[in-house]
Design a protein. Structure first.
Length: 354
């Protein structure tokens, strides 16, 4: 039986990988990190040149983020709803809730954040007030979180000033940002099992149609497509690093999930059961990828989609990824652990008489 112990990670004696990257910089990509395409896995992140161990490889700001906690009214882990802040907003010394009393999960850490977030929150407020309770009661927390995330994606689109693109550091690579980045995410009705698509079609019809309550202007098919993308690309946010390999002994898990988010650039990272990057959100909800060993020029840069202390052998890892992420892992570790295929033993075959 494996034993999981919770420890407090010691203060870093080495420099923080994000030191030197200004806090005002919401997105940052290492100049040696490029996008390419793998015939099996689709888009991927790759090193164009050597990236040393401990280097910050990516900082990505969420396009949409939601708190995921039990009992929001008494929880100290809620995230400030202002996308320019995203800090945890503890109950004390102060936390500011919606003046329309939509749901307890929506809070701001200051009145400044609440005022700054007015236009974005106005987009979701009536929807939350009308649907949050019935969805939670009829369908449970998972479906509520998924639908709220879609509403927050639509709210960010609604309040986006203009289509954005940014040029990455010294490379010629361009990554799509904003809504254009969301549109380029993988996932479609063809990549999900029929029963999921059927259920999501019903949920779109019932809760996410274009209407005065949710004036997004998109067709039902486009919203269904957005769910397929969101389900294939959203991240859980945990207090400790995900993807330390080999897992420390005794195992240290990543802690309780406190939020979920969609990151347009971080979503390009494929999974590996022997990842070369660890990932962890910072205190502003930005996703940080750090090289966990030297990454050589040409190597794919991968994270782990799950806690490697939880699933250790090939069968359990692949089963978990199939169940939760709907793909069969083709990482180097899984391929190397596959049982050798039966080889033809030509010497033992009867000779043919010609
Ligand atoms: C978050 S996206 C990663 C980026 C994606 N490759 C793309 O084209 O945008 C997750 C999807 O990538 C693919 N993928 C990621 N890791 C993989 C792996 N180890 N083996 C096979 N497919 C993988 C699967 O199709 C999965 O649903």
């Amino acid at each position: 039986m494996s034993q999981v112990v919770y420890i407090t990670l010691e203060e870093r004696s080495t420099p923080n990988p994000t030191d030197g990257i200004p806090k005002t910089q919401s997105n940052w990509i290492h100049p040696n990190l490029i996008e390419s395409v793998d015939p099996v896995k689709g888009r991927q992140l790759r090193a164009s040149e050597h990236i040393p161990k401990g280097t910050c490889v990516l900082v990505d700001h969420p396009y949409a983020i939601i708190s995921v906690v039990d009992d929001p009214a008494t929880n100290d882990d809620l995230i400030c709803s202002n996308p320019a802040c995203n800090r945890r907003s503890p109950r004390h010394p102060g936390r500011f809730s919606c003046s329309n009393s939509c749901i307890a999960d929506v809070t701001w850490c200051s009145t400044t954040c609440r005022d700054a977030d007015k236009a974005r929150h106005d987009f979701e407020c009536t929807w939350l007030k009308r649907y949050a309770d019935p969805i939670r009661t009829k369908r449970g927390e998972y479906d509520f979180g998924m639908l709220w995330m879609i509403v927050r994606l639509l709210a960010s689109r609604h309040t986006e000033p203009e289509p954005q693109e940014y040029n990455v550091a010294t490379t010629s690579q361009r990554c799509k940002r904003g809504w254009a980045g969301i549109e380029s995410l993988c996932g479609s009705v063809d990549t999900w099992p029929h029963q999921h698509v059927r259920l999501w079609t019903t949920l779109v019809k019932k809760y996410l149609q274009n209407s005065p309550v949710l004036p997004h202007g998109l067709s039902a098919d486009s919203v269904l497509h957005l769910i397929c993308q969101e389900e294939a690309n959203s991240f859980g946010l945990y207090p400790r690093e995900t993807g330390i390999f080999p897992p420390p002994q005794p195992p240290v898990d990543r802690g309780e999930q406190f939020a979920a988010a969609v990151y347009p650039t971080a979503a390009m990272a494929n999974h590996s059961c022997i990842p070369n990057m660890i990932h962890k959100p910072d205190e502003d909800g930005r996703m940080i990828f750090t090289a966990s060993r030297d990454i050589l020029a040409g190597q794919e840069c991968c994270i782990s989609y799950f806690d490697l202390t939880k699933f250790t052998n090939l069968a359990s890892r692949r089963e978990h990824l199939r169940k939760s992420f709907k793909f069969t892992c083709q990482c180097d570790r899984c391929i190397s652990e596959e049982p050798a295929e039966e080889t033809n033993d030509w010497d033992s075959m009867p000779l043919m008489d010609i």
